[in-house]
Design a binder for this molecule. Structure first.
Ligand SMILES: [Zn+2]
Ligand SMILES: [Zn+2]
Length: 139
C-alpha cells in the first residue's frame, strides 16, 4: 500500500481510498482487467464506489503514466500498471492476456527511427499453452 501511495504522491494525486483501492487491485491481480471487472470487485468492499469513479481514476492514472491501457482485444480497453514494461499475448480461445517476458530492444529506449516513443505496446495473439494442452488431452 505504501508503494502505491508514493506513486500518487509523486504525481500530486490525492490518495483517496477509492484511488488507492483501484491501484491495489491492479497490483495484486495481473489479469489486465476492464473497468467493469475492477468495479465489480471493488464494490464488494466499497459499496459507494461508482463505475464512473473507477473510469475517471483510470483516466487520471493513464494521464500521469501510472497505468497503461491495452487495446489488444480490439473491443475493450484493459488496464495494466505501467511500473514494468512488457509485451502481451492474447489467447483467442480463453481470452486470457499473458505478460511476455521476452527481450525487446525498444522497451528501454525513447526513440525509434527518429520518432519519439510515448507508448510501447507489443501485441501477440494466438492459442495459449494451457489451451493447447487441453486440446491435446481431449483428442
Ligand atoms: Zn487460452
Ligand atoms: Zn501486462
Amino acid at each position: 500500500m505504501n508503494e502505491i501511495k508514493k506513486m500518487l504522491d509523486n504525481e500530486n494525486i490525492k490518495p483517496t481510498y477509492e484511488r488507492l483501492s483501484i491501484l491495489q487491485y491492479l497490483e495484486k491481480n495481473h489479469n489486465h482487467p476492464t473497468v467493469a471487472m475492477i468495479y465489480e470487485e471493488l464494490v464488494k468492499k466499497i459499496p459507494t464506489i461508482s463505475k464512473t469513479t473507477v473510469y475517471n481514476s483510470l483516466n487520471l492514472f493513464m494521464e500521469k503514466g501510472i497505468v497503461a491501457p491495452l487495446y489488444i482485444t480490439g473491443s475493450e480497453v484493459r488496464y495494466d500498471l505501467s511500473t514494468s514494461q512488457h509485451h502481451h499475448f492474447l489467447c483467442e480461445q480463453c481470452g486470457k492476456i499473458y505478460d511476455l517476458t521476452i527481450d525487446c530492444p525498444y522497451l528501454n529506449k525513447n526513440t525509434i527511427e527518429g520518432h519519439q516513443i510515448k507508448q510501447k505496446h507489443g501485441y501477440f495473439r494466438g492459442i495459449c499453452k494451457s489451451c493447447l494442452e487441453k486440446d491435446k488431452s481431449q483428442k
